[in-house]
Design a protein around this ligand. Structure first.
Ligand SMILES: Nc1ncnc2c1ncn2[C@@H]1O[C@H](COP(=O)(O)OP(=O)(O)OP(=O)(O)O)[C@@H](O)[C@H]1O
Ligand SMILES: [Mg+2]
Length: 432
């Protein structure tokens, strides 16, 4: 702008000289023209853009008015499923999210055929009748059980849907949240039940010792031994719960240490050797300790093998064999290295296999309790493997034995571990 003014001043001065005006007149003329020109240029350059017709003014409307061409797109792309139901109960519109959630939607369909849950039908009918807004919950049992939260209200008129008023229904699938809440309350119920049982037993024995067993040294020794066993069981349970919660808390933190997987498994097996000889179980290790590097957390990988070898021995009778060996490469687990723990023990019924990694799940509760089990060992294994992007595969034949195979991503030269979502192999399926 200033350059333009300077040029103008120059032109005026030159013209004044050409017209042979006095220097004072020339100066005045140049100053006047320069002022008018600079004023004009300033207005041009700093002018506010004209508001576009129909877009509204954010200042006047509080920024709430949506441009006419943006509204439908916005509704279509909203992640919340929306349905428009005409006064006669027919489906007028469903956005993309609604079509994803309810794949069999057809225009004109009666709303009672879209979602057959009584709570949904009642709420939408009532709002179409009285025009009041309602929030409600309902459960659908078609296919899998699903839980929803919904809200229905009336729209006086809907452009593009005729003069008829429509109900707008917003439906949110809350199945996942519902399941998490259910799991949490089941978990608390299970944990307190597991703690209550040994606690009740200890309290019972204390009362017996305080009363009629007071003078009976033999009974006292026997009861004290039981009390000690039960107290240890409680301690193990608390330790396992703490361990599980610690593992879960760090599940998203990828381990970084390069570790020899086979050597870790060998070290764990050697800890069990004395117990195996004592129980009459043959413990065989068929691993090359210098093979199979993985990126992992040493303590947690030891915990995996300790739990698996402990189970293999615990659920096998004297005379059984427990073998720890490298699993042959498997195209179902590309880039992964496998170590299996097999036993010739009691085996697991086929229909129970997919539940083994659930917290507190036991094929036989009395048997596991008798062996001092808390039912958390395989849940801990699963969470550790999730952290390591690993998998567990379980196969078993009732009465013949079981094989638990751990698959972990093989460490590359660059320490890069493939980034995949955590998964459990189909044979064992994810615990809840
Ligand atoms: N090798 C196996 N042979 C037979 N059954 C097994 C074997 N491993 C696990 N199971 C079954 O799976 C159940 C769950 O195992 P998990 O290790 O989670 O719990 P636990 O052994 O009962 O207790 P914990 O490991 O917490 O002391 C066991 O109770 C048992 O019924
Ligand atoms: Mg166990």
């Amino acid at each position: 702008m200033h350059a333009a003014v300077a040029i103008l001043v120059g032109v005026v001065a030159a013209t004044a000289t050409g017209l042979a005006l006095s220097p004072a007149l020339a100066f005045l003329g140049a100053a006047l023209i320069a002022y008018v020109a600079s004023h004009f240029l300033h207005r041009t350059l700093h002018a506010e853009p004209e508001p576009r017709e129909g877009t509204g003014d954010a200042g006047e409307t509080g920024g709430r008015q949506i441009p006419a061409d943006v509204g439908p797109q916005l509704i279509e792309k909203l992640p919340v499923p929306l349905l428009l139901i005409s006064q006669r109960g027919r489906l007028g519109y469903a956005n993309l999210a609604a079509q994803g959630m309810l794949p069999r939607l057809t225009p004109g369909q009666h709303f009672a055929h879209i979602i057959r849950a009584p709570a949904f039908v009642e709420a939408v009918s009532a709002t179409l009748r009285d025009g009041l807004e309602r929030s409600f919950e309902f459960t659908s049992y078609e296919g899998n059980e699903r839980h929803f939260e919904a809200r229905v209200s009336m729209l006086a008129e809907c452009e593009g849907f005729g003069p008829e008023a429509h109900a707008i229904v917003q439906v949110e699938d809350r199945t996942r949240t519902h399941r998490i809440e259910q799991l949490r309350s089941d978990f608390i119920a299970n944990a307190s039940h597991e703690l209550r049982t040994p606690l009740a037993s200890i309290i019972g024995y204390i009362e017996t010792l305080q009363n009629h067993a007071r003078e009976d040294p033999e009974a006292r020794e026997r009861f004290l031994a039981i009390m000690a066993r039960e107290a240890h069981r409680m301690q193990r349970l608390v330790d396992d719960l703490m361990s599980l919660s610690r593992i879960e808390m760090n599940e998203h933190v990828r381990p970084v240490e390069r570790l020899p997987l086979n050597r870790i498994a060998c070290d764990c097996a050697s800890v069990f050797q004395p117990l195996a000889s004592q129980e009459g179980i043959t413990l065989r290790v068929e691993l090359d300790p210098d093979e199979a590097d993985v990126i992992g957390d040493r303590d947690q990988l030891s915990q995996v093998f300790t739990n698996l070898i402990d189970n293999a021995m615990k659920y096998s009778a004297p005379g059984a064999t427990v073998t720890i060996r490298s699993a042959p490469e498997n195209p179902a687990h590309p880039g992964r290295v496998g170590v299996s723990v097999s036993d010739t023990g009691m085996g697991i019924p086929r229909e129970k296999l997919h539940r083994l990694t659930e917290r507190f799940f036991r094929v036989s509760v009395p048997q596991s309790r008798h062996k001092g089990g808390t039912g958390l060992g395989l849940a801990i294994v699963k969470h550790i493997l999730n952290r390591h992007k690993g998998r567990i595969e379980i196969s078993s034949v009732l009465g013949e034995g079981s094989t638990f195979t751990v698959w972990l991503p093989r460490a590359t030269q660059l320490h890069i571990v493939p980034d995949e979502p955590p998964a459990v192999a189909p044979a064992s399926r994810a615990a809840r």
